[in-house]
Design a protein. Sequence first.
Length: 489
Amino acid sequence: MSDPAAAAAATPRTAPAAPEGPDGPDRPAAPGRAFGARLMTPLLLGSLLNPVNSTMIATALVAIGRDFHVGAADTAWLISAMYLASAVGQPAMGRLADRAGPRRVFVAGASAVCAAGLIGALAPDFALLIVSRVVLGIGTAAAYPAALAMLRAESRRTGRPTPRHVLGRLSLAALGSAAIGPTLGGLLAATAGWRAVFAVNVPLALLALAGALAWLPPDRSVGRVETGAGHDGAGPVGALDPLGIALFAGALTCTMFFLLGLADPPWPLLAPAGVLGAVLVWWQLRHPEPFIDLRMLARNGALVRTYLRQGLTYLVVYCVLYGFSQWLEQAHGYSPFHAGLVMLPMSVAAACCSPVGARTKGVRAPLTVAAGCLAAGSAVLLLLAGSSPLLALLCAGALIGIPQGLASTGNQAAVYAQAPADGVGAAAGLQRTAQYLGAITAAGLIGLLYGPRASDSGLHEIALIGIALALPLLALTLADRALRPGHRP
């Protein structure tokens, strides 16, 4: 298999000649129609639902707390619940896409998003609102791994490698929707009330659902296996490994609560997290179709290093994203609106660099630049103070935005190339799980370093952590032989 550093995405691992479809051999699609608008429109629309919902809720939390008479500590559950559900749901939905077919999983996920939107819009109490966010996390988690599994299946069907710019569009949809989420949420909450933040998912999911039913190619028949390659988006649904998923969810939940309480560490949580993790490893090594294929990961060091890069990158990015914005308001004296404007270069840089990274030949160069910009942006933060000029603030945000776009497309292309041919959906889900773990860890560090209020010293400590993580990340990227052009494992 060609390494991700090769031009475009990885060439499919199996011979593409006349793969069988549900009704017989598929004929290669016309060159202009493969990976075209009909295939990509529902995939892109579905892929933006998770990131936009992760940020759109931010500007509605105050109004929700006021209506249900709960404080900030309680409304934070609306964020954490979706992160946890997504972190577990991404690899679970990816595995299901590999086994049952990506189109089926995509359609089921869009249907769940519709249900979650209705539950949230009509919720009579706060507990049901949390349920809505959990269902929303699971439903939106289906789109991204299903999309990558669908692209791999389309690549086999047409005999063409998936173009890097196609993968880049998925990253751009996620980055762009996450960037506009707070603005969209604020607009909806101000004009139609906070329930509109939940209700807007219904028409968006219905559009994705209609596009999927009309344009996505049907999955292969369950149980049919492609010669020499394993499954091509189909397989026994009974092999989903529910016990493995439950153990993974339990260990991740304990870890999340520990990380969110770093200011006053709940040390007793480490015991159940360790026990559940050990049992998970034991069970995954025994199960014939494990939820997380630990043996494959042990053999696939390149993929494990990609997950590590993803987690470290977004740990720094989320530390700056949340920590810098709080510092702008509480230490620098900006209003929420003006703080959002100062953060705008970060979003613009991320959106602009995503297609650039997608068009770059290979992934080693953009990932190296991303790590270098993380170190440089953190160094600029180290120099900031409450009296710093606006230009310095804008430059700091832009420097952190660059690696968001480059690392997102680069690591996505690496996962697509390094994952097993019959497991790209589950592999893509684990990539997002690494990202969410970075976000949860960042939230805990910000609470630990800032305490009750953001300060210059707290921002500088965040900057030092960013530098301390970005430099090893740069070394890891440069030393990774799997990212070198022409490398073959």
